[in-house]
Ligand binder design. Structure first.
Ligand code: NAI
Length: 344
């Protein structure tokens, strides 16, 4: 562990359950002994109240400097209002990879044990480009943009990841039977990249069939490579295999910067009640620790987290416990190596 280095990290607590889970995770990270210089900014409706901007310029400048952010969820108004903060940040910093590993935690019984899936979602294109028009009253169009450049770079990232981490298969997921040009382009690029990775089995499945196949037998897949919208939907579906949205981590990665955030949203139904599960953001933070080469700290937090799940004494409600967000964080901190007596 590079003990002396201080890592500058842009911290976006978000809203809804965001501040609660972010506080819990920051407390755990601070307890590892790794040094962080947090640059804290609000975004979305909260930021607008303060700066009259949904993403303050200071926040952009901070990420430009740190190249690294830990982010809580931000509420996006439905059917109007401002553009999604998440989508905007992903586009602005060209964070073209949305990486979401789906694995069971030890000690937590779920309907599907032993799941080990990697979701690689294209993060800047597809239906999320936000190009919508009212052609005439009562007729709306929404453009889906799929480019050769965008499809090639995400496919390359998925295959490189698979090779580096000893994964066996990559499946490209599509609807090219209907969207022949756009999803067709995504597939064409995936096939071309697959040719350079003969050590990895390449497959293709149509998105609707994929959902059925996943629920029937998730073990048949290894790494899923998906365009933006399908990746978004399939991520939530797969989160349910391992215990729900409170658990699954994510990372938005580009060539220059990375933002680590959970798959889940701001969960307004449980906000401010000290019941949200911070595990998903904590697992995202473990990905962040690995990204900055703090691997000992990452192993330490992972082991402490697993200890808390195996012990089952301080789990939150979504995973059949009774503990609050803060009590869960306390238990993880207590289970960290550094927090234990020297005799251990
Ligand atoms: P959501 O993920 O916020 O909640 C879905 C369900 O999962 C709710 O029942 C919620 O209570 C539960 N849940 C989520 N996270 C949890 C946690 N950590 N612990 C325990 N239970 C948890 O999805 P929803 O309701 O569709 O979206 C709410 C808002 O979040 C929307 O404005 C949406 O746009 C935004 N959103 C933001 C994201 C981000 O900032 N990255 C990602 C997804 C949604």
């Amino acid at each position: 562990m590079s003990e002396k280095k201080t890592h500058a990290v842009t911290l976006i607590p978000g809203d809804g359950i965001g501040p609660e889970v972010t506080d819990a995770v920051v407390r755990i990270l601070e307890a590892t002994g790794v040094k962080f210089a947090w640059e804290r900014y609000s975004a979305g409706a909260d930021a607008f109240e303060k700066y009259e901007e949904y993403i303050p310029k200071e926040l952009y400048e901070s990420i430009e400097r740190t190249k690294l952010a830990l982010k809580g969820p931000v509420t996006t108004p439905i059917g109007g209002g401002f553009t999604s903060i998440n989508v905007t940040l992903r586009k602005k910093f060209e964070l073209y990879v949305n990486f979401r590993p789906i694995r069971n935690l030890p000690g937590l019984e779920t309907r599907y044990p032993g799941v080990d899936l990697i979701i690689v979602r294209e993060n800047t294109e597809g239906e999320y480009v936000g190009l919508e028009h009212e052609v005439v009253p009562g007729v709306m169009t929404s453009l889906k943009v799929i480019t050769e450049k965008g499809s090639t770079r995400i496919a390359k990232w998925a295959f490189e990841y698979a090779r580096k981490h000893g994964r066996r298969k990559v499946h490209a997921i599509h609807k090219a039977n209907i969207m022949k040009l756009s999803d067709g382009m995504f597939l064409k690029c995936a096939r071309k990249i697959a040719e350079s990775y003969p050590d990895i089995t390449y497959g293709e499945h149509i998105i609707d069939n994929t959902c059925m196949q996943l629920v029937t037998n998730p073990y048949q897949y290894d790494t899923l490579l998906l365009p933006n919208l399908y990746g978004d939907i399939v991520s939530d579906l797969c989160a349910a295999f391992v215990g729900g949205l409170g658990l699954v981590p994510g990372a938005n990665i580009g060539d220059d910067a990375a933002i680590f955030e959970a798959v889940h949203g701001s969960a307004p139904d449980i906000a401010g009640k000290d019941i949200a599960n911070p595990t998903a953001l904590l697992q995202s933070a473990i990905l962040m620790l690995r990204h900055i080469d703090e691997n000992d700290a990452a192993d330490n937090v992972q082991a402490a987290l697993e200890h808390v799940y195996i012990e089952k004494k301080a789990l939150t409600r979504d995973v059949y416990g009774t503990a609050g967000t803060k009590a869960f964080a306390d238990a993880v901190v207590a289970a960290l190596d550094s927090a234990k007596p020297a005799a251990r």
